[in-house]
Design a binder for this molecule. Structure first.
Ligand SMILES: Cc1cc2nc3c(=O)[nH]c(=O)nc-3n(C[C@H](O)[C@H](O)[C@H](O)COP(=O)(O)OP(=O)(O)OC[C@H]3O[C@@H](n4cnc5c(N)ncnc54)[C@H](O)[C@@H]3O)c2cc1C
Length: 459
């Protein structure tokens, strides 16, 4: 059977783009996070939609699991198959199909990375930008959007999945369909006002179909951009400041961070990115934001001009901002985080408990808030750096993740991009009616259960 599947896949994509060799599969059996490796039997790299369809039909015929993969960088092992089978690596589908300047969107294939779209825009449409996550440059636009990822424009314009105008999807049975305006027009410019089928694929962790094309909104690149830096010692102020920021609703991005090492970083840093097309717009925004912080002068300080913080300023002003370069990596390179999507009012409690969990598992704490659209909620990242060459450290990272996921749910939050154990915790707590609906939708779209079975699994 193994040889038969391999040669059938080779007939579809060509000999060079399929493998069952152990060294190749090694890479597809793990990701950079703390989850344990799992078995992958084949990897295949299609170039066309027709090839994707033929692979899906083969997987149905042979009842073999199929796991779609972009950059494989969620850290939650979401592209590592749970029950073996084929990893469908989309990286060769890397064309930028169209950038529309007037309606401001980019239509792309599924393998287009954050870096390649960024570089393309810089060269051909320098006054446009997309909302760029902090993830490594090889992360794909589609993979990020399908997990409801966030970028540097999220507080102002929305979570990246809210920016989708349309998609082309190969369904788990092999049919292909288009969603949004592209279903009736050559223009990929809007998601409304048709029945919104995008939700059948966003947040499903690749279990309901294979996205082959996607259109996303672009935004004007500002002429003026800078950041304001404030520091405080108490977490109690955080909800109040977020409310005040949302009342004026003029910022581009906002992070609130702390970490245990170096010692000066133990305070609570507010990093406010402001931007504008004109000097007047920019100055107004800067003044309005400064005023917010001036009203709390007794509890916080402006540290924009502190030369010790210059490297921090540069990292946060970059696109992508901050990024892995700022993390306290241990030798061996492992890094994990729970992305907790939290209501504003529980932040002080979550912050305190996060520090306790890090210490319980013998990690230095590292906490970072990214504001979500209009400050209605936040993503609080509880990060754990570990050396992947030391199994005991990876065990501790998994223990800390588990505690943090439980804390998130106890505080009424939602775990973002959940790894398998976190998915189970979420499903246990989920309204039974919702679980049943998930089951029905998956059964309807994927009658043979081939799409990454084991993920979002409801029996
Ligand atoms: C240092 C670091 C910083 C990060 N910072 C951020 C951040 O700021 N914001 C953020 O949002 N994320 C961040 N992440 C998390 C993650 O890297 C990103 O969200 C990344 O964009 C995911 O894209 P990917 O291509 O790696 O997706 P993948 O891991 O390849 O895929 C994600 C999910 O989508 C499915 N999938 C992928 N492609 C397809 C397809 N074509 N059709 C159907 N299903 C598919 C996969 O099966 C999987 O379930 C960070 C990660 C790291 C390591």
């Amino acid at each position: 059977m193994q040889q038969d599947i391999l040669s059938r896949l080779a007939e579809i994509v060509g000999q060079d783009y399929v493998s069952d060799h152990t060294p190749d599969l090694y890479l597809y059996s793990r990701d950079p996070g703390a989850q344990k490796p799992r078995q992958t039997d084949y990897v295949v790299m299609p170039r066309t939609v027709d090839e994707v369809q033929r692979i899906v039909k083969l997987a149905n015929q042979k009842k073999i699991p199929l796991t779609p993969m972009g950059g494989g960088l969620t850290l939650s092992a979401l592209t590592v198959p749970v029950r073996g089978g084929i990893v469908l690596d989309m990286k060769r589908m890397d064309s930028i199909i169209e950038v529309n300047e007037a309606s401001r969107y980019a239509a792309i294939e599924a393998g287009v990375t954050q870096a390649s779209l960024g570089a393309y825009l810089e060269k051909h449409h320098p006054h446009l930008q997309h909302s760029t996550p902090e993830s490594p440059p090889t992360a794909t636009i589609v993979g990020n959007i399908l997990i409801h990822g966030h970028g540097h424009l999220t507080p102002r314009y929305g979570v990246n999945s809210q920016m989708v105008n349309g998609m082309e999807v190969v369904l788990p049975t092999g049919e292909v369909c288009r969603l949004g305006s592209s279903s009736i027009s050559p223009n990929w410019f809007t998601r409304d006002p048709l029945p919104d089928l995008m939700g059948l694929f966003l947040g499903w962790l690749g279990t309901t179909g294979i996205v082959t094309k996607l259109s996303m909104q672009l935004f004007p690149k500002p002429n003026y951009r800078d950041l304001l830096l404030f520091v405080a010692d108490s977490t109690d102020l955080i909800p109040e400041i977020i409310l005040e920021l949302s009342e004026i609703n003029l910022l581009e991005n906002c992070f609130i961070i702390t970490q245990e090492k170096p010692r000066w970083a133990q305070r609570i840093y507010y990093i406010i990115v402001i931007s504008g097309q004109s000097q007047a717009e920019f100055d107004t925004k800067r003044n309005l934001h400064n005023q917010i912080f001036q009203t709390h002068q007794d509890k916080m300080w402006q540290v924009d001009e502190d030369p010790a913080l210059t490297p921090l300023r540069e990292r946060f002003l970059g696109v992508p901002p901050f990024a892995a370069t700022a993390a306290d990596f241990r030798k061996g390179g492992g890094f994990e985080y729970t992305g907790a999507i939290l209501p504003i009012e529980v932040i002080p409690q979550a912050w305190q408990k996060g520090i306790e969990i890090a210490h319980k598992y013998n990690f230095f704490y590292q906490l970072g808030i990214q504001l979500l659209p209009n400050g209605h909620s936040v993503m609080l990242a509880f990060s754990y750096a570990f050396n992947r060459a030391i199994p005991e450290e990876a065990d501790r990272a998994r223990g800390a993740l588990d505690d943090t996921n439980r804390l998130t749910l106890e505080l009424g939050g939602v775990v973002w991009k959940p790894e398998l154990p976190a998915q189970k915790l979420i499903l246990e707590r989920m309204d039974p009616g919702t679980r049943k609906l998930i089951h029905k939708v998956k059964k309807m779209l994927d009658p043979n259960g081939i799409m990454n079975p084991g993920n979002w699994e409801v029996s």
